[in-house]
Write a protein that binds this ligand. Sequence first.
Ligand code: ADP
Length: 481
Amino acid sequence: MSRPIRTLFISAEVAPFAKTGGLGDVGGSLPKALAELGHDVRVVMPAYKNIEDGYPGVEPMPGQLDVHTGLGTVPCGVFQSTLPGSDVPVYFIAEWHLFKRDEIYGYWDDPYRFAFFSMAALELTKALDWKPDLLHAHDWHTAPAITWLATAGQGDPWFQGIASVFTIHNLAHQGKTNWHIFDYMGIQTHSLNDEAYGEVNFMARGIYHATMVNTVSPSYAREILTPEGGAGLDGLLRHRAYDVHGILNGIDYQSWNPESDSRLPHHYNVTDLSARQKNRRALQEYANLPVKDNVPLVAMVSRLDWQKGLDLMGHVVHLLMNGFSGDAQFIVLGTGEAHYENMFAQLASYHRDKMTAFLSYNAGLAPLIYAGSDIFLMPSLFEPCGLGQLIAMHYGSVPVVRATGGLADTVHDSITGFSFFDFNVESFWHALQRAIYIYNVDKESWGKIQLNGMMADFSWTRSAQGYQQLYEWAIARTLGG
Ligand code: ADP
């Protein structure tokens, strides 16, 4: 192994303490995988309401932390714990005016809340007398830590020589706010080309100032360099093109394992898929569909957001349910934008004997859908990494995906699933038809595709090795120059 790297890992979400999406999974899993490679990783997140109200195993640290802002010193508290199943320390910045609220995001002062959090996380390293080799910050919320470290922070010898890595999980959310935030952070600076007059874009600043930048799949890393995929920041990203990398997320094989998943009625593994058939029947019964063993059971589990390709779904489900590829069943689990919920509710009401729509968030049902369906749909318009297809493959449901971002990197056509490139109904439908054809007439090839998916390695260990390499490059760059 390379020498142990001391990493300050800061994120607005860290599962299981706080999670709204993939960012939380990364926050909860990647530090553990890095620690298993021998690194000294310490995680910092805000103390949201659930922590302030008392979370099992989370203790207050003695004393207070004085955070120096450009407008004066603000004291806060710190709680501490460890990531479950590890001894990786987690620190929680406790400032109840800012973080003890019902939701994690969505407030008028979000930029201030997370700028404060970012600065407190850096300050904490002094209180712990633990100087990191590297700061790893995630998405716009923690970009201010990168910006401050590269600018005002360089006036303090403690913060000199610390490398930084900025990870983009979703370029769609950038954290735009007004210029005064820099007074608060004690930063004097000039505007970037990507910022409107008087405006600060947290994400743009993180990209600009980080030693290294990465996103969560190699294909998404290339796509964000283009005007189509760059969400207005492609110019800045191209400026840093040589420092923008892509590292796939992993999945947590301890919680996502068909052999031991407690949410499944029947367990199975690659050596014997017969119990899968039982899950399939259980799913059909649960969904109130006829229990049939030989019709393709097609499914989707997703946030109902335009990003997920739902504008293609209506037409494709219509063709599928009207028998254009013979008999088929369809189950969707999802919640989100009202017009997509209405679309699925209406289609389900036409096709009661073939289709069921569960329009809610149901973490207990999702595993049964992965374990009981034959084909899993993910026709995303863009997808930074995507978790759904990874879980589907591991549970033996064959994905049909649009070849974009992480979907392009993880689903290989006719080997681990089926993919299409052009974002239109015909291409999607042809890919689904190919899958149904093989399912119906070539069981042997189908079985191979299923097993290839189940055995593919998308572990966090693999991701952590990628991050280790990126950390080493960032440190070499900082120390060398
Ligand atoms: P994103 O982070 O953009 O929502 P991902 O594919 O990376 O997409 O992750 C989606 C995760 O959320 C998967 O684990 C999926 O099973 C889960 N999920 C999405 N919608 C639901 C739902 N309605 N009920 C239960 N789980 C859901």
